[in-house]
Design a protein around this ligand. Structure first.
Ligand code: IPE
Ligand code: IPE
Ligand code: MG
Length: 268
């Protein structure tokens, strides 16, 4: 597929409400099962309600001028869940892709996916291909990157194998391989690292998500369960992000030179 850089619309809402909006937001959508249990319902009811939030949050991110939204929908470890739950999750995925298609096109959102998607059942893979094709015709405003059968360790292993193969074929010199080159072997090499990583459901762990890419992401964990994660929760996460000082290993004075010079002046 030919890669086109996303061009978010300038949005008045965004400018007045948030001084900075992350270019790439990644979300671990957790808590569907607990949400259902709290209501005395089957876990699957939580997954259905969670799918509605995928719709809302995707649309809101595009509206706010986010360029990339990566959602953790199904992990490599989730294959260990009961077969009936996995099967229902696949049905929900197919249903979601079918019903979201029109809206994705209307909003100029392009669907991409990352993970060992070849492990998905054939009907899910077919629908995934269809929706990707249908949303590939325009210059996108935002990329929706669905993590399906995704595991970061598997992604790193796959990348390592590709590099080893290239090296063995004499197509690669190891000395020339830098940190940024490693990324070229990931599932979605064009997608930049996320600046903001959100996890709903209260757990402070990565669960094998974007281990390499999240090296400098700001981590926002909320107790809110995914089916309750509405636009206001997203705004809260962006506000949290806005308030962070991103130092990337430097000192505060280095990243805020204006305040630093003020401190120096008052010292003299
Ligand atoms: C997240 O919700 C969805 C998937 C992992 C597919 P869970 O199903 O993990 O919900 P909890 O954590 O059991 O509440
Ligand atoms: C992480 O949630 C995976 C997804 C949200 C798709 P899990 O519910 O699988 O994570 P753990 O098992 O609690 O770490
Ligand atoms: Mg969970």
């Amino acid at each position: 597929m030919h890669w086109i850089a996303p061009t978010p619309d300038p949005d008045a809402d965004r400018i007045t409400r948030f001084p900075t909006v992350p270019k790439h937001i990644a979300i671990i959508m957790d808590g569907n099962g607990r949400w259902a249990k709290q209501r005395g319902q089957q876990r699957i009811a939580g997954h259905w309600e969670g799918a509605n939030r995928v719709d809302d949050i995707t649309t809101e991110c595009a509206k706010l001028g986010v360029s990339y939204l990566t959602l953790y929908a199904f992990s490599t470890e989730n294959w260990n869940r009961p077969a009936a739950e996995i099967s229902m999750l696949m049905q929900i995925l197919i249903h979601y892709l079918k019903t979201m298609e029109k809206k994705l096109v209307q909003n100029r959102i392009r669907l991409i996916a990352q993970g060992s998607v070849e492990r998905l059942p054939l009907n899910a893979r077919k629908q995934l291909d269809r929706t990707q094709e249908k949303t590939a015709d325009y210059a996108p405003r935002m990329y929706l990157n669905l993590s399906l059968s995704y595991g970061s360790r598997q992604e790193l292993l796959d990348a390592t194998k590709q590099i080893a193969r290239k090296y063995a074929d004499g197509e690669l010199s190891l000395d020339s391989l830098g940190e940024n080159d490693l990324k070229n072997y990931f599932y979605q090499p064009h997608v930049p690292d996320p600046e903001l990583l959100i996890r709903s459901g209260g757990e402070s762990r990565l669960s094998n998500f974007l281990l390499w890419q999240a090296a400098y992401a700001e981590f926002f964990v909320t107790e809110t369960l995914w089916p309750d994660f509405r636009e206001a929760s997203l705004h809260e996460a962006i506000n949290y992000y806005t308030g962070r000082e991103r130092r990337f290993g430097k000192t505060s004075e280095q990243v805020r030179p204006s305040e630093n010079s003020f401190a120096e002046e008052s010292n003299s």
